[in-house]
Design a protein around this ligand. Structure first.
Ligand code: NAD
Length: 356
């Protein structure tokens, strides 16, 4: 049966992947609310923007009266809450924006959802869900190589970003427990894929290499992340939103643990084959790698145990890191025009700040 999704942050990287998936491959309806911050790009949605099952309003989620109005008029079955400030380096330099959107914004969404939910008919109430999209970074640093983040792992966030996401997760749980709002939480590992704003590691490396700029790697580059292709995340989100058990949390990850330096080298090797360097003095892209001072509070390792979502909701990722990273590099090579559209938009260079 077709459902109505209110998606927040749908013009960002993961939200736009989710919306493209829903509009192209399902019969569900989407209302996208996004304030169109620097990290957003409506071009990510150009293929589906005229679809009759897609609606959009430029709006900050902190605007409670407007959120209330949208809920009243659109009557969603599911709220998929992705809107957030998401870049750790920015959270170190300017944490207050993270509190405003990730904590206060989530609070507004919860409060408005609670009011909306309380006025629903019995039947609509039965099907309503508030799905909060969170990150594995709330669990902090996983030092022991044999350990994985499970749904029961204690929260120990290290950065202002992860602290704000952890806080929002707690509010979501509290609204479920105290007000019986039917909530779900997903904690996902690092995503990569097409349309990612080029301040994040993978697009930053691809696009810097193509321009012959240095490839900055934090510290010794040995930090481990568990990489998930964004379309696999989008599919997991739909499974949880439709079939997840109310009040529960689900970890999402691809068992693709790779050291940052290996990620950078893999990208360089793929580029060497697909787009051999024409940059003067650069035979191999790896020559551009430059180790810089480590990020303050940098976590060493994240790794997800995704057994629960695999067993209970029959989800599994389709891409391995090998297949996904090849697809991703190819996409950025074939879509330089997408990058050209955003490259003047205040690209963030904390790495540059640290080096000075
Ligand atoms: P993104 O930065 O690419 O996009 C965030 C979107 O939210 C942007 O379109 C932005 O305009 C919008 N937004 C920000 N503040 C807003 C506000 N106050 N009101 C309305 N819209 C606002 O982020 P992403 O990588 O797509 O991440 C989406 C969600 O998934 C976030 O909640 C993030 O914490 C979570 N997450 C991300 C990853 C990852 O690797 N990218 C992994 C796990 C979880």
């Amino acid at each position: 049966m077709s459902k109505k999704f209110l998606v927040t942050g749908g013009a960002g990287f993961i939200g736009s992947a989710f919306i493209r998936y829903i509009i192209k491959d399902t019969n569900h309806f989407i209302f996208n609310v996004d304030k169109l911050s620097y990290a957003s790009n409506l071009h990510n949605l150009k293929d589906i923007k005229d679809n009759k099952r897609y609606f959009f309003e430029k709006l900050d989620i902190s605007n409670a009266p407007r959120i209330q109005k949208i809920l009243k008029n659109f009557q969603p079955d599911i709220i998929l809450h992705l809107a957030a400030e998401t870049h750790v380096d920015r959270s170190i330099d300017n944490p207050v924006e993270f509190l405003k959107t990730n904590v206060m914004g989530t609070f507004v969404m919860l409060e408005e959802a609670r009011k909306y939910f309380s006025n629903l008919s019995k039947n609509k109430k039965k099907n309503f869900r508030f799905h909060h999209v969170s990150t594995d970074e709330v669990f902090g640093d996983l030092k022991d190589k044999n350990n994985f983040f499970k749904e029961e792992t204690s929260y120990a966030p290290s950065s202002p970003y992860s602290a704000s996401k952890a806080s929002s997760d707690h509010f979501v749980r509290a609204w479920q427990r105290t007000f019986k709002l039917p909530t779900l939480i997903t904690n996902c590992s690092n995503n990569y894929g097409p349309y990612q704003y080029p301040e994040k590691l993978i697009p930053l490396v691809i696009l810097s290499a193509l321009s012959g700029k240095e490839l900055p790697v934090y510290g010794n580059g040995k930090q481990i992340r568990d990489w998930l292709y964004v379309d696999d995340h989008a599919k997991a989100l739909l499974q949880v939103a439709l079939y997840g058990k109310i009040g529960e949390t689900y970890n999402i990850g691809g068992h693709n643990e790779v050291e940052n330096i290996e990620v950078v080298k893999k990208i360089c090797n793929i580029l060497d084959k697909l787009h051999p360097s024409k940059i003067k003095g650069v035979k191999k892209y790896e020559q551009l790698i430059n180790f810089v001072d480590d990020r303050p509070g940098h976590d060493e390792r994240y790794a997800i145990d995704a057994t629960k979502i695999k067993k209970k909701l029959k989800w599994k990722p389709h891409e391995t890191f090998e297949t996904g990273i090849k697809k991703t590099v190819k996409w950025y090579l074939e879509n330089r025009s997408w990058y050209d559209k955003i490259k003047n938009v205040n690209r963030y260079e904390r790495l540059g700040v640290i080096r000075k």
